[in-house]
Ligand binder design. Sequence first.
Ligand code: CA
Length: 435
Amino acid sequence: MSKLTDATHDPRLRSWVESANDGATDFPIQNLPYGRFRRAGSDEPWRIGVAIGDQVLDLRRAREQSPWGGDVLPLLEPLAAGDLNAFMALGAPAWGRVRAALSAALAEDSMQAPFLELCLLPQPACEMALPCRIGDYTDFYSGIHHATTIGKLFRPDNPLLPNYKWLPIGYHGRASSIGLSGAVRRPQGQTMAPGAPAPVFGPCAKLDYELEVGAFVGRANALGEPVSMDAAEEALFGLVLLNDWSARDLQAWEYQPLGPFLAKNFATSISPWIVTMAALAPFRRPFTRPEGDPQPLPYLDGDFNRRAGAIDMVLEAWLQTAAMRAAGQPALRLSRSNLTDAYWTWAQMLAHHASNGCNLQAGDLLGSGTLSGADEGGRGSLMELSANGRQPLALARGEQRSFLQDGDTLTLRAYCQQPGAVRIGLGDVSGTIVG
Ligand code: CA
């Protein structure tokens, strides 16, 4: 995949921001993710920044304080104005020029360092907001191991439905309840106990998380105009972590015949920094299908997708209960899986979404679906880890979990690493359940 990479991925590249050169940081100079922030506790306008080490480069100030090339200056305008959607709408060539300029500006020997030093803010001093306006949100179901494990709970002999290997399954989610890390209120809803004469209304008793990755659409397509696989690749702006909080007991009663509704739309959490597709170039992998599985139909197939459609990214879920926190005990890792566990690539999901002429817009969010691994250590939800509550998970000091309890903090993390490339990460997203 070497032709995907350029000077901005060079593993020898170091930054004058010293913390960016720490091998453990998620945000080395090879990453350069975008987020929206302001000084914590202030009522300043939100602005766009780039995470670099443990700092944020304020692009509004950077646009004013530092000299930039004439070709880059107009591209910085939407970023300086705090409008990431407008920047996303400019398309991949513009994203690439700004990435190259930011990389050069933050590199060790940059002449811009004395100017840009004045435009840094430590990350702990920043308050984050959603990175852009999310017009629409669609959640897919591309984690085949998750789909198989869940399917087995209900259809042991036939876990995957006949359409699964032919098209990316998805449903339209709700954009208004997407947020960042913080408290997640346990939803109330209607549930029907097995054998009960009537449903009851009350607090969800089977609150779960789903370990997912989200993709932001950059380039829009007009209504009625499908997107080719190559154009789909170019339309993708970047990735975040996504937790699709799920009320399993509400879901079981309400989902037939139209699919998820109130069991899903009470909260969805994403990580605040969008790691661009460009930053992920060193970690692209061929898209492959297991022997005997159908090859995708032509509109979901392409040379680039076969060569590099997949992304090698480690995904983890961590749990810290209130009792663990009180005892000073660190979070426990519940699972580790990989984005290559997805059965469909991002380009396939986007191309399929637009294949009927549906218009996607800059800032639309696509969820991957729960990404579980093939083995037991990779189960990306409590529904899988506890076999829908039949086998509670044993924690330290006699605690156990079938589903999330009030006070539980669930954190998702993701990173990419391989020999010959600098490790980059997505940061994390964390939610604490409140009653
Ligand atoms: Ca989901």
